[in-house]
Design a protein around this ligand. Structure first.
Ligand code: PEP
Length: 251
């Protein structure tokens, strides 16, 4: 089974010209990694031009956010249908930076369901903002997870990607330990299986937060994940190439 790497460019780079340069370098790296499915989530304004000019098969595209309604009076929003029309096959839902500006668990429920109904793959991002020894983060994760998948019928649960992103580890250089990720992956799977039965085992789990060439292989080997969401390192062509190469050696 191929590993999955989502390159979340966030609000970078500042010009389309630079985005094209980053895309070309990323494409070159992706072509050397047959066992990795690469999904690039550029700023939405760059999406159509990048996807329309890409003729290969190794890269897919995602939007970093989209509205669950198909059309309507939603100034400043982009619908999932519009994202699909612009070339996206995936939609990030509930990223912590969206939750921080007001996205709720109920919004994620609608977006996950809307994406699936348009045959797009939702990447449901869940993660606690901090941790204490009380283990409260498990109930936060269960709440975000169960809310996000609430309207997903059993026949479609295997099409949902769950990205666990501990918010306290995003944007730095230190990932959570693979051992802790392994525990979290078991918890996530158990929670999904608790609702859906055995088919819940098929859910895909990614890790995201400060993944780079220095820590990706250990996490892939011991973290019980299928791949990663990569933020700041994905906009550094040299480091992202090194990361893909490291994963290639691992597979
Ligand atoms: C993210 O925000 O999705 C992310 C993975 O960020 P970073 O890799 O920069 O921690």
């Amino acid at each position: 089974m191929k590993s999955i790497v989502v390159a979340n460019w966030k609000m970078n780079p500042p010009t389309f010209r630079e985005a094209k340069k980053l895309f070309d370098a990323t494409k070159k790296a992706a072509e050397r990694c047959r066992d990795i499915s690469l999904i690039i989530a550029p700023p939405a304004i760059y999406l159509h031009e990048l996807s329309a000019n890409y003729k290969g098969k190794r890269i897919s595209f995602a939007v970093q956010n989209a509205h669950s309604e198909e059309s309507g009076a939603q100034t400043g929003e982009i619908s999932i249908a519009q994202a699909r029309d612009a070339g996206a096959g995936y939609v990030l839902v509930g990223h912590s930076e969206r939750r921080a500006v007001g996205e709720t668990n109920d919004d994620t429920r609608k977006k996950v369901a809307a994406a699936l109904s348009l045959k797009m793959t939702p990447v449901l991002c869940i993660g606690e903002t901090s941790r204490s020894s009380s283990g409260e983060h498990f109930s936060i994760i269960a709440e975000q997870l169960l809310a996000g998948i609430r309207d997903v019928p059993p026949a479609k649960i295997s099409k949902v990607i769950i990205a666990y992103e501990p918010v306290w580890a995003i944007g730095g250089e230190t990932t959570m330990s693979p051992r802790d990720m392994h525990t979290m992956a078991i918890f996530i799977r158990k929670t999904v299986v608790g609702v859906y039965g055995d088919v819940g085992h098929k859910v895909t789990i990614l890790y995201g937060a400060s993944v780079g060439e220095q820590n990706a292989t250990a996490m892939m080997r011991d973290g019980d994940v299928r791949g990663f969401i990569v933020g700041h390192v994905s906009t550094n062509a040299e480091r992202f190439t090194a990361l893909l190469q490291a994963l290639k050696k691992e597979s």
